[in-house]
Write a protein that binds this ligand. Sequence first.
Ligand SMILES: Cc1cc2nc3c(=O)[nH]c(=O)nc-3n(C[C@H](O)[C@H](O)[C@H](O)COP(=O)(O)O)c2cc1C
Length: 168
Amino acid sequence: MHSFQKLDSKDLEINPFQMIGEEWMLVTAGNKEKANTMTASWGGMGIMWGKKVVFVFIRESRYTKEFIDREQKFSLSFPGESHRREMKFLGAVSGRTEDKISEAGVHLGYMDDIPYIDEGKLIITCRCLSKTEIKEEDYLDGKIGKTFYADGDYHTMYIAEILGIYAR
Ligand SMILES: Cc1cc2nc3c(=O)[nH]c(=O)nc-3n(C[C@H](O)[C@H](O)[C@H](O)COP(=O)(O)O)c2cc1C
């Protein structure tokens, strides 16, 4: 596999709707001893507090959330359509109960001391700037609560500064 090249954000030619919403990403966090990853298809990229940031939305029940909260850093890995099967698996079972990274046959790497999934064609390393739990009373559209949070498993929004963008 080709090695990664660090990219300047102005050279990033992507469609976030396609890349996040359709092809999905892996959110990975932890340290050299232990890390976890999960599939995510909700989120975004943009500007906040004068910095280039990503937005990710992680439900309370996710094991990955414990790693993000502890390290306050994470990566986004974009393996693309060719790894659909692995991403479905990583988005269906929890690292709390299974050694899902090795079961999925994907591999951990470290960049900026942050774990990522080496099958990614693009990797973004991130440092958390804020975390906000989005509660029932925050939804302006009443249907959101009923449709997505009947079980009370709310999303926390993380706004995280982009530390590095790496492409193969
Ligand atoms: C396509 C897809 C997209 C997903 N998007 C998200 C998401 O944006 N946020 C989230 O909290 N969970 C999302 N999930 C669910 C988690 O990936 C799933 O619950 C996973 O098993 C959590 O693993 P963990 O407990 O090891 O962290 C998604 C799952 C799939 C299959």
